[in-house]
Design a protein around this ligand. Structure first.
Ligand code: FAD
Ligand code: DHB
Length: 393
């Protein structure tokens, strides 16, 4: 068995783990990242696309924002549509804030490149990662690679290994409280090399189900439609997807839509989930390892980044000033923001999707909620504050 030592062991090389690694590297803290997949696999997962200003700020702080600034798009509003009514939520006019459109894969690539340039250690294809002694001051991580078992001694473990990771599962059941909400549908997403249908995102409610028109650049578009739980991608030819999307968005947009062969197509289930607290002994949970939001409010990636910004600062305080105050406060501080994002994501999901179970009363309440949004500057301001991340801080 080979034995190594580091200050912080980071489990998972998704955006949370990679960004934490970069923040720690800049603070002069040694960290090793363990990832069960290959870099190509991690980069092949098409996920989020909308960054809050706070996320862009952290990327700047981490010294990985030059391509983001050169290639991203800045949006000052989104369109929300229900049946035939359309409303632009002009967050730049309402609250002076914008959001940045830049794919999670691009952000991950920038972080991978920075990590490689820094010479810091990332171990990909680490099998059977296991956490030991997390209730002690000197925990340990073991894994297998190429038939050899390795062991890493450390001061802390950052569990950044997503919803299905090993970190949260390593905490004794009695030490965690789990909050879970299930939605009876998923999002079928498609990526296509065609210009987006509109300059800004369109979130559309329709009696056939929710649809979202998004983008990755001025030549690459990302579209989603709500599908029933358990639906299979194989049931959706490109032609069927485009017909369904056109049926759910307004007729002018449908007429403008440029379609083409999909370069990626996948279904993501929707759920709300929080594990409390985010710390157990020497283990700190961050990102999807600790919480999931339904994607409607574009919050999942942004929450993961805000967690690691807090955790990175707390670890820098510990190693710089030998103060445990930041680490002790991490769980409570991060959870305050997480629950605000959970509320907003749940609300926006409830407003825009069709729910098979809610019946006529539920549909009328949804319509009343949408009419209230259209008629109230206060409601639009609230949506803008939440969507851009202002009210989460
Ligand atoms: P992840 O990106 O999940 O990264 C965790 C990493 O840990 C992975 O690379 C994984 O391979 C690794 N790992 C897991 N287990 C182990 C282990 N045992 N040992 C070592 N490594 C391990 N958010 C939005 O805002 N908008 C969206 O449209 C959107 N779409 C999504 C679609 C899908 C299918 C999913 C799953 C999520 C989506 N999200 C979306 C959420 C967003 O992508 C996540 O919030 C974000 O990826 C969280 O980053 P993370 O680094 O915490 O976790
Ligand atoms: C995208 C995903 C979202 O969940 C969202 O709310 C907005 C955009 C996207 O993939 O582009």
């Amino acid at each position: 068995m080979s034995v190594m030592r580091t200050q912080v062991a980071i489990i998972g090389a998704g955006p949370a783990g990679l960004l934490l690694g970069q923040l720690l590297h800049r603070a002069g803290i040694d960290a090793v990242i363990l990832e069960q997949r290959t870099p190509e696999y991690v980069l092949g997962r098409i996920r989020a696309g909308v960054l809050e200003q706070g996320t862009v700020d952290v990327m700047e702080l981490a010294g990985v924002s030059s391509r983001l600034h050169a290639e991203s798009l800045t949006h000052g509003g989104v369109e929300i549509a229900a049946n035939d009514v359309r409303r632009r939520i002009a967050f730049q006019d309402l609250i002076g804030r914008t959001v940045t459109v830049y794919g999670q894969t691009e952000m991950t690539r920038d972080l991978m490149d920075a990590r490689q340039a820094s010479g810091a250690t990332t171990i990909y294809e680490a099998a059977d990662v296991a956490l030991h002694d997390i209730d002690h001051d000197h925990p340990r991580v073991t894994w297998r690679k190429d038939g050899v078992t390795h062991s890493l001694d450390c001061d802390f473990i950052a569990g950044c290994d997503g919803f299905h990771g090993i970190s949260r599962a390593s905490v004794p059941e009695r030490a965690l409280t789990l909050f879970d909400r299930h939605y009876p549908f998923g999002w079928l997403g498609i990526l296509v090399e065609k210009p987006p249908v509109s300059e800004e995102l369109i979130y559309a409610h329709h009696e056939r189900g929710f649809a979202l028109c998004s983008m990755r650049s001025l030549t690459r578009s990302r579209y989603y439609v709500q599908v029933p739980e358990g639906e299979k991608v194989d049931n959706w030819s490109d032609a069927r997807f485009w017909d369904e999307l056109r049926a759910r968005i307004n007729p002018e947009a449908a007429a403008r839509l440029q379609t083409g062969p999909s370069i990626e197509k996948s279904i993501a289930p929707l759920r709300s989930f929080v594990a409390e607290p985010l710390r157990f002994g020497s283990l700190f949970l961050a990102g999807d390892a600790a919480h999931i939001v339904p994607p409607t409010g574009a919050k999942g990636l942004n929450l993961a980044i805000s967690d690691v910004a807090m955790l990175g600062a707390a670890l820098a305080e510990f190693y710089g000033e030998r103060s445990k105050a930041g680490l002790d406060a991490y769980s409570k501080k991060a959870l305050a923001r997480i629950w605000k994002a959970e509320r907003f994501s749940w609300w926006m999901t409830s407003l825009l999707h069709t729910f098979p179970e809610t019946g006529a009363f539920g549909r009328r309440i949804q319509r009343a909620d949408f009419d209230y949004l259209c008629g109230s500057i206060a409601a639009q301001t609230s949506l803008a504050e939440n969507y851009t991340g202002l009210s989460l801080d």
